[in-house]
Design a protein around this ligand. Structure first.
Ligand SMILES: Cc1cc2nc3c(=O)[nH]c(=O)nc-3n(C[C@H](O)[C@H](O)[C@H](O)COP(=O)(O)OP(=O)(O)OC[C@H]3O[C@@H](n4cnc5c(N)ncnc54)[C@H](O)[C@@H]3O)c2cc1C
Length: 486
């Protein structure tokens, strides 16, 4: 841990934080907390802060254009909220109906109670579900007798088929992972994406045994463990604003796209697309990996190639407001995931106003439909009217929604969801080593060790801590220490 006291007076140091998403904001805030003597500028390309976090208020609806909540078991987001006096603003998911549905043969079926992403912790709900055939259930029940594997890095799909059987993978796990990571589990690395499940197999020999050894109060939720999530009452942008409000006046520059980065004898030269250039003692790059790759390409081509190898997917989010009486389905859950084998054009559906209070006016519901992702990337790029048509048609068939929506909104966060493919952890290690050779350069963002908001905050804060350590020490940074350290 770093001492929050500034050391002896010394020359003023300047840091550039590039990228004003939650990673860059967390880095900037940590610099403010730890080292008021260090000056920094947060350079953000667009006209707003938040990156993948954007809340839109329209006609009494509160619409999230990207993330709508964060998990509390990874502590960093909650910790930050406490430190900025924002905890009071956090609300929990509605305590009723904390489960989701999966589509089977065009109909919605509840995900069995206690089935958490890919681990069953209750046998009876699995045995009585109509999602799996008798053979699929039997195969799933045999999970505790399947020998632990020895594959060093395995895809989520391979792990899941090996342990739980093909049917459970296709009918339950693939749609859940597809919904959470907007990715293709055939390519995603288990150890990089969901290390918890690899550890369960390692320690307990089986997922079901691991779950029965660690029963939590969360037992009755299913799918995404909804009881562990919270959201800002007024939406994710209110959290972004609360962090930004803690930064020194004049430290944020919006509409400032960084175009070039050069390592100089005294630090880093940062040039913007407008042709301005400034010198900094250190730089935190909190940009998407493809942007980071472009910016470091002139300094270290191999580092740029490694960063460029991290694939990103995009999905579009179609938010639709309806009068409650337009929807035939009881909406007694938080959403729906669509297995790829069902051949639908949607990835998932979130019943936003059922999940969190205050998302729709009285008598109305807000539903978000996710289209695109790793398995159907081409769909994310359809025109707005085509996306709206697809979304309303699917909701008509699945939820019995009738008539025109009261409100429509299409969000396109872009290709901002990194995919941790098999081999990702080795790649991150190589990135860590190469970036560690570049004194004064620090990497943050969602491309490395976790895509969720808490991990992004953690990465940003770690980068800031290493900057402070380096600048206070005045010595060249030890290559083995950097923000990508586990
Ligand atoms: C649809 C969707 C739903 C999600 N849902 C959840 C969820 O419910 N819970 C959860 O925990 N996580 C969720 N996530 C993941 C999480 O929101 C993101 O991983 C996280 O917000 C990324 O933050 P970031 O700061 O690393 O990157 P970004 O938010 O992508 O920010 C990067 C910033 O860099 C800026 N930038 C880019 N190029 C330049 C440049 N050249 N110069 C200056 N600035 C530049 C961009 O404009 C942007 O503001 C979701 C993600 C998506 C896409």
């Amino acid at each position: 841990m770093i001492d929050a006291q500034p050391t002896r007076p010394q020359q003023i140091r300047h840091v550039a934080v590039i990228g004003g998403g939650v990673s860059g904001l967390a880095a900037a805030h940590r610099l403010t907390e730890l080292a008021p003597e260090i000056q920094f500028t947060l350079l953000e390309a667009s006209e707003r802060l938040g990156g993948a976090l954007e809340t839109i208020r329209r006609e009494g609806f509160l619409i999230e254009g990207g993330a709508d909540n964060f998990i509390t078991t990874a502590p960093w987001a909650l910790d930050l909220c406490r430190r900025i006096d924002f905890s009071e603003q956090l609300i929990q998911t509605n305590s009723n109906c904390r489960h989701a549905f999966v589509i089977r043969r065009g109909k919605l079926r509840p995900i069995p109670d206690g089935f958490v992403v890919m681990a069953p912790n209750k046998i009876w709900p699995i045995m009585t579900t109509s999602i799996l055939s008798p053979f699929g259930k039997l195969r799933l029940a045999c999970e505790r007798f399947v020998r632990a594997g020895e594959i060093r890095d395995e895809s989520v799909a391979s792990f899941c088929r090996r342990r739980l059987g093909r049917e459970t993978y296709e009918r339950l796990v693939q749609p859940l992972i597809g919904g959470i990571y907007t990715g293709d589990p055939e390519k995603l690395s288990l150890r990089a994406t969901m290390p918890r499940f690899a550890e369960m197999e390692e320690k307990h020999g089986s997922l079901s045994r691991a779950m029965s050894n660690a029963r939590t109060p969360d037992d009755s939720s299913s799918g995404a463990r909804y009881s562990l999530f919270v959201a800002p009452r007024d939406g994710m942008t209110s959290m972004v604003d609360a962090i930004a409000a803690r930064l020194p006046a004049g430290s944020i520059q919006l509409n400032t796209k960084v175009a070039e980065l050069a390592h100089t004898s005294s630090g880093w030269r940062v040039a913007t697309a407008d042709g301005e250039a400034f010198e900094y003692d250190a730089v935190i790059l909190a940009t998407p990996a493809s942007v980071t790759a472009r910016l470091v390409a002139d300094t270290d081509r191999r580092l740029a190639r490694e960063l460029d190898g991290i694939h990103h997917t995009s999905c579009s989010i179609i938010s639709l407001g309806f009068r409650r009486d337009q929807v035939a389905h009881p909406l007694d859950g938080f959403g729906v995931v669509a297995p790829h084998i069902e051949n639908r054009s949607i990835l998932s559906v979130s019943f936003s106003s059922l999940k969190y209070a205050g998302r729709a006016p009285d008598g109305s519901v807000l539903i978000r439909v996710f289209i695109g992702g790793g398995c159907q990337p081409e769909l994310a790029d359809l025109a707005d009217d085509q996306l709206l048509d697809l979304a309303t048609r699917e909701l008509g068939e699945l939820l019995g929604v009738r008539g025109a929506p009261q409100l429509t909104h299409v969000s396109r966060p872009g290709a901002v969801m990194p995919q941790y493919y098999v081999g990702h952890r080795d790649r991150v290690e190589r990135i860590r080593e190469r970036a560690g050779q570049l004194a004064g350069l620090f990497l943050a963002g969602n491309a490395f060790v976790g895509v969720g908001v808490p991990h992004c905050i953690h990465m940003g804060e770690q980068a800031a801590e290493h900057v402070v350590e380096t600048l206070r020490g005045g010595a060249p940074r030890d290559a083995s220490r950097n923000a990508l350290s586990p």
